[in-house]
Design a protein around this ligand. Structure first.
Ligand SMILES: [Zn+2]
Length: 124
């Protein structure tokens, strides 16, 4: 599917449903412990319309490490304002990140890093 340049015209609500499903598939595959299934599920996420649209919006880069999103690393969707804290489903609230970078954003307590991420709009 071709990705429109006009991001407002993309149905992000629908993209979120798609991303949520794909992330759940990855989680399920992890629980089975079958590596082949995990890789397949991750590949499905990477190739999905929603992920490709986000990647295009981010010009192909992970905002955390500035490397290409498609360098072979696992990808995950990050909510800038978490859903628990009322974050919405707009692409403006989503970032496609490497899984490793995502973990760093979720768990790091380092003040300097947090300040940088806040500046880049990765965290609120
Ligand atoms: Zn990264």
């Amino acid at each position: 599917m071709k990705i429109a340049k006009n991001y407002e015209s993309i149905n992000w609500q629908q993209c979120n449903v798609e991303l949520f499903k794909l992330q759940n598939e990855i989680l399920k595959a992890y629980r089975t412990g079958i590596k082949k299934d995990v890789l397949k599920a991750q590949h499905n996420l990477t190739r999905s319309f929603a992920a490709r649209a986000l990647a295009k919006f981010q010009k192909g880069y992970c905002p955390v490490c500035q490397s290409s999103l498609f360098n072979g690393e696992e990808l995950e969707i990050h909510h800038i304002t978490s859903r628990k804290e009322g974050g919405n489903h707009s692409y403006k609230n989503l970032k496609l990140l490497h899984k490793v970078c995502h973990r760093q954003v979720e768990y790091s307590k380092e003040g300097n890093l947090k300040a940088t991420w806040r500046e880049k709009g990765i965290i609120p």
